[in-house]
Design a protein around this ligand. Structure first.
Ligand code: HEC
Length: 191
């Protein structure tokens, strides 16, 4: 009761500085862990995509994308305990539609990009209260590269278009230019 305020505050600061479960919930550590997983997912998927395009051309590679993207996400997710997905304001796979949270982040990224922001810096990392629990979210923008345009650009080869129409009747993920934001990696971990 009689503790002077500065001493009480110092005690409080000390209390807050004690890491919980060896720093597992430290935002910087979570962000680093998530960023490494995003890199692994992007590299693995990118290599599978490039290999398939070199081998079978873009129309042949669609099947790889269709099958490999969810499989790699599920594999990294079950190993790490993170929820791993890609999302977009213009989604191809209906399951990539953004949640309200993801939509707000994507729209913020889009307006930062329109205002001259560097796409490489478009990342959001934060802990959010969800359904009575805490969830750490890491969202990182995915730029459109030249390689992507064969399947996400404005002019698609007829065989690419036919295959996409067949697999994704509601496909909204065309008409992109190099440098556009294609979507985002959205990784989350329940704390
Ligand atoms: C060979 C065709 C092809 C190429 C090239 C390609 N994609 Fe895709 N992309 C797809 C297909 C097919 C899907 C749907 C995958 C699924 O069913 O989960 C997809 C889905 C995505 C998604 C998930 C969101 C959504 O719209 O469903 C993102 C993000 C994405 N692609 C980004 C890229 C980027 C970035 C590149 C270039 C580095 C790229 N893609 C190159 C075919 C392609």
């Amino acid at each position: 009761m009689n503790t002077p305020l500065p001493a009480a505050l110092a005690g409080l600061a000390l209390l807050l500085a004690v890491p919980t479960s060896a720093g597992a919930q430290d935002p910087a550590a979570l962000q680093a862990e998530g960023a490494a997983l995003i890199k692994e997912y992007a590299d693995t998927l990118g290599a599978a995509l490039k290999g398939a395009i070199d081998r079978d051309g873009p129309a042949g590679a669609i099947g790889v994308c269709h099958e490999a993207a969810p499989r790699i996400a599920a594999e990294i997710g079950s190993r790490s305990g993170w929820t791993i997905r890609r999302t977009s304001l213009k989604a191809r796979n209906p399951s990539a539609q953004p949640s309200p949270y993801e939509r707000a982040v994507l729209e913020e990224f889009q307006s930062r990009l329109a205002g001259g922001g560097d796409i490489a810096t478009l990342t959001r990392a934060e802990t959010v209260e969800e359904n009575g629990g805490k969830v750490f979210h890491l969202v990182k923008a995915i730029p459109t590269a030249e390689l992507c345009l064969a399947c996400h650009g404005t002019t698609l080869k007829p065989e690419v278009k036919a295959k996409l129409d067949d697999l994704y009747p509601g496909d909204a993920a065309t008409g992109f230019k190099a440098g556009d934001m294609r979507g985002a990696f959205s990784f989350a971990k329940r704390l």
